[in-house]
Design a protein around this ligand. Sequence first.
Ligand code: ADP
Ligand code: MG
Length: 470
Amino acid sequence: MGRPNFVFFRGVILTTKSAQQLWTAALGQLEVEIPKPNFETWLKDTVATDLDESVLIVTTPSAFAAEMLEQRLSASIERAVEHVAHSPLEVRFSVRGKNGLAPESPAPRASISLKDEAVESAPAFVRPAQSNRLRTELTFENFVSGPSNQLANAAAQQVADSPGAIFNPLYIYSPVGLGKTHLLQAIGHRLTAKSMNVIYVSAERFTNEYIRAIREGTTEDFRARYRGADALLVDDIQFITSKPQTQEGFFHTFNELHMSGRQIVVTGDVPAEEINLEKRIQSRLTGGLIVDMQAPDYETRFAILQSKSAGKIPPLPTHVLDMLATTHDGSVRDLEGSLNRVLAFAQLTNEPVDLAMAERALSGIGSSKPKTPPTPETVIAAVAAHTGVPETSITGAKRDRRTSSARRLAAYLLKEESKLAATHAGKALGGKDHSTILYAQKKFQEELDKSSETRQLTAEVRKSLRTAAS
Ligand code: ADP
Ligand code: MG
């Protein structure tokens, strides 16, 4: 066994096993922080393999991904890791071994869950002061207005200019990726600039803090903190729809602030009348100003791309922006993700940007579906290669845990990748009954939902199938 492999985390020794737990928690945070396409392209398939005193090693499927993460996302990543670890850690990226497996690491000495039991025993790690974590770029100046969002933009500016005065509360709703968080944080920036005490909080974080306060008997502190706000900005209220206890806490917080004339702005994904919240909360929200946003039209999409690519190196020619604006008619987040992908590709390859390269940048990564589905033999061989269970066992009758688990993976992929019906998948797996296959697929789906290791393994086999097919 190599050197000791641990770090103090909330006073508890963590080991290799926990590197991944820590990373999973950080990924959870990054997923909400950074644009979805970027997350899916660069972060989803990463695994943490090692953690020592101050360095977390994260492996990526390709050198390209490692370089991207290093260059473009390391600041956000280190912030997220610091947040979950309660201590700054350097994050290093390395490319995963050829077989898709992480480099050998010593067996875990102990594994703990990232629950809060250990908090008291960790005097060295103090919870960072509540910070709003407003993203610097989400300002009014960077928000491009068009017919789809004009009203929401105007209302938000009005609120930021005269908080508590006219539109209180303000409720902004839209489907995902259309700028709710952007506007909410823009309000936050402007109010903060007036030295107001602004609390920006996602409903998810509000929930976690509230539940924690109840558990630890610190609801008074919780209330005092929120009561001290001059403005409360709550993002994604739909998160608390199925949480009556949190709704109760939210209702009281809301009332206390609203009654004393503090500005409240809430975002959600459906109209206030449709949102599934306690009636009294709903009626508070419908009592204010309600504005919605729609997907931007072509002109606005184009203007957003111009704004987001301004000053970037290399500059993107108009026809490339036009192509992007034409092909993305939904969420601005996806639009931005594609723009970033083209920019990253251009920076890394040092090629001038033209349509052909932009198309390559967009098709090369992420959306790499094979044209022809892999044959059952290919799938079974890939599962064998990644799990170490011989093909003959997968198609045979052995029923030990490893073999069964590899077989379930194969059954799942035969459906998902080879598009085989259960009867045919059963044949390919050595003449199993179709109900056996259906059961195996269902079981595997449950494993996927539960275990990040299973998800990781599946992603790797899938990826190898796609690479092989293209
Ligand atoms: P939502 O909260 O509605 O899911 P976000 O506010 O997170 O959406 O927006 C997703 C991304 O799109 C962000 O990077 C945001 O800056 C950008 N964006 C959305 N609308 C606009 C706009 N009108 N102008 C500039 N950027 C925008
Ligand atoms: Mg949002």
